[in-house]
Ligand binder design. Structure first.
Ligand SMILES: Nc1ncnc2c1ncn2[C@@H]1O[C@H](COP(=O)(O)OP(=O)(O)OP(=O)(O)O)[C@@H](O)[C@H]1O
Ligand SMILES: [Mg+2]
Length: 267
């Protein structure tokens, strides 16, 4: 069986050869099978976002090899990986175009990885598909297809972004603290939706979070990153039995110090 995502010996250094040289990824190895849902925690600057960026192709790694669905993507740009990977960021404005309508945004998502250009024609057939998809959000957006996305609330917008990211099934879904900017209730709504979408489509996903309870209760595998390395990798029964205290202890044991994370939520 081919693994959906593999990373072997990944290294990334920023500003190499300058006094600010920063070796951020120090040999990352990871294999994910279809349907794996990984949560990632770690301190500030541990390299979590850089790790996801290297999968998305928004940065090219210095060393190592990355494959997605058996295809070597190591040196492909983010655009060239767009048919394989989709992502949702913390900033609710990043995944959608404010001045375009809901249906125009969805039409662009529907073409992801196919062609470039900014033609936003929407067919009646697409409209039906979009309406059905939007109904799943239960936010009434299916009746607002021609509303500009800029008029939506942060939570509505992030729910739409998630829907768009998964409209054309990606091989890998990347979530970088995608609910961190939302209020607790809206965050719960988007997280519930996240679980539902991932489970119903059997998606392979990685989600960065600062919330220890979220990291424990969501997904089937949990990674802790520290100083450019994966220091903890638990799954199955072991993950199901984790507690926040156990995780903090594990981090200390593996890294030799307490978890340093300004945004840490202990639950
Ligand atoms: N494009 C870049 N150019 C230079 N340095 C960068 C770049 N992106 C990240 N870094 C540096 O790499 C290190 C790791 O950053 P990264 O964003 O991956 O951390 P993180 O684990 O996501 O942290 P946080 O929890 O604060 O989001 C930091 O020191 C950061 O300043
Ligand atoms: Mg980050």
């Amino acid at each position: 069986m081919t693994s959906i995502l593999t990373l072997q010996g990944i290294h990334k250094t920023f500003e190499a050869g300058t006094p600010n040289e920063n070796h951020v990824l120090k040999g990352i190895d990871l294999t994910m099978e279809k349907g794996d849902f990984i949560t990632i925690i770690g301190g500030n600057g541990a390299g979590k976002s850089t790790f996801l960026n290297s999968i998305a192709g928004s940065l090219i790694v210095d060393e190592g090899k990355i494959t997605i669905d058996g295809k070597d993507v190591t040196n492909l740009t983010a655009n060239k990986r767009a048919g394989l990977v989709s992502r949702v960021f913390q900033d609710t404005r990043m995944g959608t175009a404010s001045r375009l309508t809901i249906e125009e945004n969805m039409a662009i998502a529907d073409r992801r990885g196919k062609s470039f250009g900014f033609s936003v024609g929407v067919t009646n057939k697409q409209r039906q598909v979009f309406k059905e998809a939007l109904k799943r959000l239960d936010l009434g957006l299916e009746n607002r297809l021609t509303t500009e996305v800029g008029a939506l609330s942060g939570g509505q917008r992030q729910a739409l972004t998630l829907l768009m990211a998964t409209l054309k099934e990606p091989k890998v879904l990347l979530l970088d603290e995608h609910t961190a900017a939302l209020d607790p209730k809206t965050s719960d709504m988007v997280l519930g939706l996240t679980e539902e979408v991932i489970a119903s489509q059997g998606l392979t996903a990685l989600m960065i979070t600062h919330d220890m309870e979220q990291a424990i209760h969501m997904g089937n595998r949990l990674l802790m990153m520290d100083n450019g390395r994966i220091v903890v990798d638990v799954s199955g029964e072991e993950k199901a039995n984790l507690t926040v205290q156990h995780l903090l202890d594990l981090f200390k044991q593996k890294s030799g110090r307490a978890l340093n994370d300004d945004a840490l939520i202990l639950g």
